[in-house]
Ligand binder design. Structure first.
Ligand code: PGA
Length: 249
C-alpha cells in the first residue's frame, strides 16, 4: 500500500480568525482535486473557525501544541480532550521552536504523544538536529535520542499512528533547505528507528520540514522516504501552499 502524501501548514503565531477564514476560502478551490492529506495548524483561537469552514472537505485540522494532562491546575494550557471536543484531529508536538523557546522537554513529549493518541488525536512529532550537531556528524545520534525518548510511551502497534516530521533546526525559517538527499537520508533513518521499535514502519508517514516552497517541494517529495511536508512560511499564502500540495500529487 503506497503511503498517502501528507502536507501540513504550520501557521505558528500568525493569522487572526478572520485571516484564517479567508485563507481556507482561498485554498479550497485550489486543492479541490487533491488526493493528499492536507492539514492546517492554526493558533488555538482560530481552530474552531477552520474546523467549521473545512466541513465536507479534505482538509484536516491540527493544534500546534497541547498539555500532557487531561485537566488540572496548569494555567494557560490546553488539553487533548479539549481539542477533541471541537473536532480537531491532530496536534503538532515537539516543534523545535517549542523545544527552544518554551522548554518543551523529551520527558513531557514522552507523555504528550500517548495522551494525544488516547484522545484520538494524531500526533505530528517533530524531531531534528541543530546546525552544530549536523556539523559535528551527530545527526543520527540526535534523531535516535529524540525518537527513543519521545516515543517511549507508545506501544509498537500504535507507532504508525504517529506522523513524524524531520525538521533540521538549521533549515527552519532560514531559507536554507536540506538537500533532497539529506532529507531522504534522515527520513530513512527515522523509519529504521521506528522499525526497530516494532512499529509498522512501512505505514508510517514521515514529513520533511524546513524552508519548503513550491519551487523545491517536488524534488524533496520525490524521495522514497519523504512522505510529505510540514510547511511554515510558505503555508501563509494559499497560492504557495496549494502549489506545494500540487507538487505532492
Ligand atoms: P519554515 O518552517 O517552512 O518556515 O522553514 C517550517 C516549520 O517550522 O515547521
Amino acid at each position: 500500500m503506497p503511503r498517502t502524501p501528507y502536507i501540513a501548514a504550520n501557521w505558528k503565531m500568525n493569522k487572526t480568525i478572520a485571516e484564517a477564514a479567508e485563507f481556507v476560502d482561498a485554498l479550497l478551490p485550489r486543492i479541490a482535486a487533491t488526493q493528499c492529506d492536507v492539514v492546517i495548524c492554526p493558533s488555538y483561537l482560530a481552530l474552531q473557525e477552520v474546523v467549521e469552514r473545512r466541513r465536507g472537505t479534505a482538509i484536516r485540522v491540527a493544534a500546534q501544541n497541547m498539555h500532557e494532562e487531561d485537566w488540572g491546575a496548569f494555567t494557560g494550557e490546553v488539553s487533548a480532550p479539549m481539542l477533541g471536543e471541537i473536532e480537531v484531529e491532530a496536534v503538532v508536538l515537539g516543534h523545535s521552536e517549542r523545544r527552544q523557546f518554551f522548554n518543551e522537554t523529551d520527558e513531557a513529549l514522552a507523555r504528550k504523544v500517548p495522551a494525544a493518541l488516547a484522545a484520538g488525536l494524531e500526533p505530528i512529532l517533530c524531531v531534528g538536529e541543530s546546525e552544530a550537531a549536523r556539523d559535528g556528524g551527530e545527526t543520527e545520534e540526535v534523531l535516535e535520542r529524540q525518537l527513543q525518548a519521545d516515543l517511549s510511551g507508545v506501544e509498537g502497534a500504535d507507532l504508525s499512528k504517529v506522523v513524524i516530521a524531520y525538521e533540521p533546526v538549521w533549515a527552519i525559517g532560514t531559507g536554507r533547505t536540506a538537500t533532497p538527499e539529506q532529507a531522504q537520508e534522515a527520513c530513512a533513518f527515522i523509519r529504521d528507528v521506528v522499525r526497530m521499535r516494532g512499529g509498522a514502519a512501512d505505514e508510517l508517514r514521515i514529513l520533511y520540514g524546513g524552508s519548503v516552497k513550491p519551487a523545491n517541494a517536488a524534488e524533496l517529495l520525490s524521495k522514497p522516504d519523504v512522505d510529505g511536508a510540514l510547511v511554515g512560511g510558505a503555508a501563509l499564502d494559499p497560492g504557495d501552499f496549494a502549489g506545494i500540495v500540487e507538487a505532492a500529487g
